[in-house]
Design a protein around this ligand. Structure first.
Ligand SMILES: Cc1cc2nc3c(=O)[nH]c(=O)nc-3n(C[C@H](O)[C@H](O)[C@H](O)COP(=O)(O)OP(=O)(O)OC[C@H]3O[C@@H](n4cnc5c(N)ncnc54)[C@H](O)[C@@H]3O)c2cc1C
Length: 423
């Protein structure tokens, strides 16, 4: 039975709150499992952080943000507004606690522990995506291209080689090393005078706007209802169960509720009676018209913290991680910085016409792991949020996990580390 205004939902109905890529991923696997699914969003489908990100589906991103040295980088950024990773200090107890908890985890052993769980869900998710693309056709501009990490300097190569060794030895994720003189053969859009690159062939990319629109359209054709401009205002709870949610379009009832509300999830903490420690991690992108010499591969430039992804009719530069609260500005200086950071790597400078300037609030958890599982003390409510920098990469794996957890099945990967009960 469908979740709808004022009507009691049957146990087979699920209401998903949030139509970002995570909500869409959950809807996919819940519908596939036979549930009657409705997805609501306060705005339009995937108009928040899932919209104009870099589009990488990247199992090579095993290492979390909580790595040794992250706190020193954050502290230096207090005095440098142009730092790609920037924290603006705020006197909010929730924010101070978040930072404290984050800082505690920036050590090698916790980084490796988080990475084990990230690897499991990253691998699961890319396999699920490949299955979806083979079933419903490649309307996402999906490409199994691999991902290049390009380095300008020899010292950058040496630093990255250490990271690659760690990934190889601990996780079996190994890159092909590309020396500077080979770069132009690899991708003629890269400047030939750079130090080199590391190529992770197992990664892929897609155009995020197409993932969101084509995936949700195909779900709608299979009976999933999407209700836009429908904001959840309050959660009604009786005897350990969510019985309905009050929305801007009236009361909506269902048998089960999945909250996939991204960076806004923290607002649900008091309503659901559980801790959801999420901070918005703001990033920016610009989408430019396709230059004559457009990269073939998606690339990251770790020394300057910027990435580039080629699309069929444009290309995108994206970067920055700002802990500045729910700040909606797009400063010109940040947009300029995106171009200037990419230019040292590209044959043709990023001076083209801007098709879109964008920001998104990544839902950041202090342990770098997503929050996927049943809400403690509520029988029929689930969280699918906190996907940090990897929401697109993890959407399919998250949806599969949520469908398994909702049905109380054995999960295909160990889900304990993602449980909302860990906080
Ligand atoms: C610059 C940048 C580049 C990135 N690049 C990549 C990348 O290459 N690969 C990758 O995997 N990830 C990338 N990410 C991260 C990725 O974009 C996020 O992790 C992901 O979009 C999070 O998805 P979500 O569905 O949880 O959140 P969102 O997309 O923000 O969706 C949450 C939805 O919930 C809705 N909502 C919230 N509150 C309510 C309410 N009360 N009632 C109704 N609806 C509500 C919102 O309107 C929103 O649509 C990038 C992010 C940025 C900023």
């Amino acid at each position: 039975m469908k979740a709808n205004s004022g009507q009691a939902g049957g146990s087979e109905s699920v209401l998903v709150i949030g139509a970002g890529v995570i909500g869409i991923g959950c809807a996919h696997y819940l519908a596939k499992s036979g549930f009657d699914v409705t997805v609501i969003d306060r705005s339009s489908i995937a108009s928040a952080c899932s919209r104009s990100n870099l589009g990488l589906i990247c199992p090579s991103h095993v290492l979390p943000l909580t790595e040794p040295g992250a706190i020193a980088t954050a502290l230096r950024s207090f005095f440098d507004p142009s730092a790609p990773f920037r924290v603006r200090p705020r006197l909010s107890p929730a924010f101070c606690n978040w930072m404290w908890q984050f800082a505690r985890r920036c050590n090698r052993s916790q980084m490796l522990r988080a990475a084990v769980h990230l690897k499991a869900i990253l691998d699961s998710s890319i396999n699920e995506y490949r299955q979806i693309v083979s079933e419903q056709g490649n309307d996402f501009e999906w490409q199994d291209s691999g991902l290049l990490y390009v380095l300008e300097t020899d010292s950058g190569m040496r630093e990255f080689a250490k990271r690659n060794r760690l990934l190889t030895e601990e996780f079996g994720v190994a890159a092909q090393r590309v020396e500077g003189k080979e770069l132009s053969d690899f991708d003629s859009a890269i400047r030939p005078d750079l130090a080199g690159a590391f190529y992770y062939e197992g990664d892929a990319f897609a155009r995020p706007e197409l993932v969101n629109t084509c995936w949700s359209r195909s779900l709608a054709q299979r009976g999933v209802a999407f209700v836009e401009n429908c904001k959840l205002d309050a959660v009604e709870i009786r005897r350990g169960q969510v019985t309905g949610v009050q929305t801007s379009k009236g009361m909506m009832r269902a048998g089960r509720f999945v909250f996939a509300t991204g960076a806004w999830s923290i607002e649900l903490s008091s309503q659901l009676g559980c801790r959801i420690p999420i901070e918005p991690g703001k990033g920016y992108s610009i989408t430019l018209e396709r230059p004559r010499s457009c990269p073939r591969y998606p690339m990251l430039f770790p020394e300057r913290g910027v990435g580039v992804t080629p699309f069929e009719n444009g290309y995108r530069l994206g970067s920055m991680m700002e802990f500045t609260g729910f700040d909606t500005s797009i400063p010109d200086a940040r947009i300029r910085q995106l171009r200037e950071s990419a230019n040292p790597y590209l044959v043709e400078p990023a001076t083209g016409q801007v098709q879109e300037s964008w920001y998104g609030w990544r839902p950041m958890t202090w342990d770098s792991l997503p929050i996927i599982g049943r809400v403690p003390r509520l029988e029929n409510a689930y969280l699918a949020t906190g996907h940090n920098m990897l929401g697109l990469s993890l959407a399919a794996g998250t949806g599969k996990l949520i469908a398994e957890i909702v049905q109380e099945q054995t999960t295909h990967i160990d889900a304990a580390a993602f449980s909302p009960a860990r906080f």
